[in-house]
Design a protein around this ligand. Structure first.
Ligand SMILES: Cc1cc2nc3c(=O)[nH]c(=O)nc-3n(C[C@H](O)[C@H](O)[C@H](O)COP(=O)(O)OP(=O)(O)OC[C@H]3O[C@@H](n4cnc5c(N)ncnc54)[C@H](O)[C@@H]3O)c2cc1C
Ligand code: SF4
Ligand code: SF4
Length: 429
């Protein structure tokens, strides 16, 4: 009996350190913890990655989609990858000979493939891509059918575009600790076409303690495609100043502090745009169910404002918003939001730290409006967007499941269908 033929040449999965914006999406997505990082780079463990491709579509920059054919015994180790400033060149003698190996070939059919979608010939046996992405990814990896076509990665860190600051003001109450800024960047005559739901990369000036240039940070665009000021080549960001890390220890976030301290006329280096799936539908009868916390409001503001500007042009779909913050004072854009007409957007706020009041989260507000949420879930033209704190994703999916179940809907089937139809978009950080 012949045993399996040993695979000598490995198609090694690598991350391009020059493009990667260290957003952590791939590490969260990888079902077998093949991705790791330090303060310098995100890297893939050659001995763990099975080539399932679950990480390919969610990566906003395409940095994840890099492969080198190497002798298996000489695969680049994690320690070496962590020091890279750029990818190594492909050894011509090995080019085209690599395969991911037996484990990977066995798993590809099950988990679906970004490989084909991304145009990578991984192995000759690789199964056709599953449109809609892997079962391991919880949200859609395709845009709504009627979304406009986005431009992505027009500018990278080697050739960023310069934008001028034309506005920077605080949008949370001065009495609160939460310092969130509305920052308007103008691109002048430089092309920077964007869509609602996309994000950009900001390259902060200066270097890290070990002398490396800071990597870019990602920020959602908070204004519609035709500009923060309609007809102008500008866009807005909603940036929270990071003063504490996730453990509550005092820390000065490099990029958020840089952005929040910018003055009018300052020039900023920008990469992007990023994102080709978290986009809004453009057909007039599409409904938007938006759930956000904190700066997760940015893409919702962009989509809402685009719909508001188009309102006179026949958009009939409903907008329903669930927006959470610790207190009213910490909710960005509180005043303008309340000024939007009730027949235009159904706004539901949830505050988790109002003194003397029970804690209320977006999930609680959704539960209270279960009948209306269920009515939207029943509609084939409903598109769901979730953006904000990482912790909210589980809770929102759980409450959707409960509401769907109580309304007699099969959530597992609906969830799967919404994913594959580009109708369930999750972006948490
Ligand atoms: C898809 C995507 C969209 C994003 N959109 C926005 C947006 O619209 N507005 C926005 O303000 N941010 C947004 N972010 C987060 C943003 O990219 C930065 O991570 C954030 O501004 C912190 O960067 P920093 O350089 O200030 O902090 P760093 O110097 O990178 O981090 C300093 C320390 O603070 C911790 N830390 C980082 N972020 C936070 C946080 N939010 N809360 C607590 N601790 C933190 C880090 O772990 C680290 O220990 C988005 C991220 C992603 C992935
Ligand atoms: S291809 Fe699959 S196993 Fe490899 S890093 Fe990406 S998600 Fe993880
Ligand atoms: S940019 Fe892509 S490769 Fe880099 S951390 Fe984000 S998802 Fe991973």
């Amino acid at each position: 009996m012949n045993g399996p033929v040993p695979v000598e040449v490995l198609k090694q999965h690598l991350i391009d350190p020059e493009i990667c914006i260290r957003c952590n999406t791939c590490e969260e997505t990888c079902p077998i913890d093949a991705i790791t990082h330090d303060e310098n780079n995100y890297v893939v463990r050659a001995d763990t990655c099975n080539g399932c491709m679950a990480c390919i579509s969610p990566c906003p920059t395409g940095a994840i989609d890099n492969w080198r054919d190497v002798l298996r015994a000489e695969a680049y180790p994690v320690d070496e990858q962590l020091t890279w400033d750029e990818l190594p060149v492909q050894d011509d003698a090995l080019a085209g000979q690599g395969s991911i190996g037996e484990a990977a070939q066995g798993s590809q059919g099950a988990s679906g493939g970004g490989a084909g979608a991304a145009g990578i010939g991984v192995t000759s046996e690789a199964s056709a891509p599953v449109i809609g992405g892997s079962d391991l990814v919880r949200g859609s990896v395709v845009p709504p059918w009627s979304a406009a076509k986005p431009y992505v990665n027009l500018y990278n860190h080697k050739a960023p575009v310069q934008a001028s600051v034309v506005g920077n003001y605080r949008v949370t109450d001065a009495s609160t600790e939460s310092d969130i800024h509305h920052i308007v960047l103008d691109f002048g005559k430089q092309p920077f076409p964007v869509l609602e739901g996309q994000s950009i990369g900001i390259i902060p000036p200066g270097t890290t303690a070990d002398g490396r240039a800071h990597h870019a940070r990602q920020y959602s665009i908070a204004s519609p495609r035709d500009g923060e000021r309609p007809g102008y080549n500008n866009l807005a960001l909603t940036v929270k100043r990071v003063t504490k890390d996730h453990q509550g220890q005092a820390v000065g976030g490099v990029c958020s502090n840089y952005l929040c301290d910018l003055k009018k006329g300052d020039v900023v280096n920008v990469m992007g745009p990023f994102g080709s799936t978290f986009l809004m539908p453009n057909h007039a009868d599409s409904h938007l169910l938006m759930v956000c916390t904190g700066t997760g409001a940015a893409p919702m503001r962009a989509m809402t404002e685009y719909r508001r500007r188009r309102r006179m042009k026949g958009a009939t779909g409903k907008l329903m918003l669930f927006f959470g913050a610790r207190t009213q004072g910490e909710l960005p854009y509180f005043g303008p939001l309340l000024n939007l007409p009730k027949d235009f957007i159904d706004t539901n706020l949830a505050f988790s730290r109002t003194p003397g009041q029970p804690r209320r989260y977006v999930q609680d507000a959704m539960r209270e409006r279960a009948a209306d949420v269920a009515a939207l879930l029943r509609h084939d033209h409903t598109y769901i967007y979730v953006c904000g704190l990482k912790g909210m994703e589980d809770g929102v999916l759980q409450v959707l499941q409960t509401i769907a179940g109580e309304a007699g809907l099969d959530w597992q089937a609906l969830w799967q269908r919404m994913k594959t139809e580009g109708r369930l978009h999750l972006e948490t950080y």
